[in-house]
Design a protein. Structure first.
Ligand SMILES: C[S@@+](CC[C@H](N)C(=O)[O-])C[C@H]1O[C@@H](n2cnc3c(N)ncnc32)[C@H](O)[C@@H]1O
Length: 228
């Protein structure tokens, strides 16, 4: 991607937000890892997108958060605390945007990778990115990109790593938790949840079935055991 497409107001704001939150050294680490990721595959995940600039046909648009690709350094740090065998696991990204977390899951060797996103424009970028990613990576993962509201998604019986990078507010997350519990009770299995940048959204922590297994500045990793 040409430099002029990266140096824009939203990305500059992101850099200043990170300066305040994590300091100069970590911000620099984030920038380098984000740039290297897009350069490695020649895809576009780095530019953010505000929801009010996108066509979204959902009553939940107002409680959704804008698109920002998950940083590779944060993804690797957090996901390593979910004790799953990627080669036997199904990863679902709730609010998958341009697909960055899906591609990072593929790099980790997940067998099946599903992205659920309610913006058609972001889904289209994701589909384009996916074709390029497949041609440039050695991933053998099975991919699925769904254009829908994540709170309406019936979680499949084999999904065991559920990823949330601050897609929406606590109320909608609580609705999704209902879908997770339903899926787990219908097809009992261990489920891991990675919730990044919760920004006060404590829906998983408040739900008694989810146990915190790792907590860091960047978010939480939870484990859900099947009911007895
Ligand atoms: C912070 S971005 C995360 C992007 C992606 N998960 C990643 O890590 O690269 C949040 C995404 O959630 C999407 N989103 C917000 N509310 C949603 C909803 N109710 N259903 C589906 N997608 C939603 C936004 O459009 C945005 O792309």
């Amino acid at each position: 991607m040409p430099a002029f497409e990266i140096v824009n107001v939203e990305n500059i704001k992101k850099v200043f937000r990170n300066f305040r939150k994590v300091g100069v050294v970590t911000t620099f680490r984030y920038i380098v890892s984000d740039l290297l990721f897009d350069m490695r595959y020649k895809i576009d995940t780095i530019n953010t997108a505000q929801l009010d600039t996108l066509k979204i046909d959902s009553q939940n648009k107002s409680v959704g958060n804008y698109y920002e690709g998950t940083n590779a350094y944060i993804f690797q740090k957090m996901i390593s605390h979910a004790q799953v065998d990627p080669s036997k696991s199904c990863f679902v990204d709730f609010g998958s945007g341009k697909g960055k977390a899906m591609f990072m899951a593929a790099e980790r060797g997940f067998r099946k990778i599903i992205g659920v996103e309610f913006s058609i424009e972001l889904v289209e970028v994701n589909r384009k990115n996916l074709e390029i990613f497949k041609s440039r990576s050695k991933s053998k993962a099975e991919f699925e990109i769904l254009h829908m509201d994540a709170s309406e998604y019936a979680i499949p019986a084999d999904a065991n790593l559920l990823f949330f990078s601050n897609p929406f507010n606590e109320e909608l997350t609580t609705k999704v938790i209902g879908n997770i519990l339903k899926s787990c009770d219908q097809s009992p299995r261990e489920i891991w949840v990675v919730h990044l940048h919760p920004q006060g959204n404590m829906a998983f922590a408040k739900s008694p079935r989810f146990k915190v297994v790792y907590e860091a500045r960047e978010g939480f990793v939870f484990q859900l055991e099947p009911a007895d």
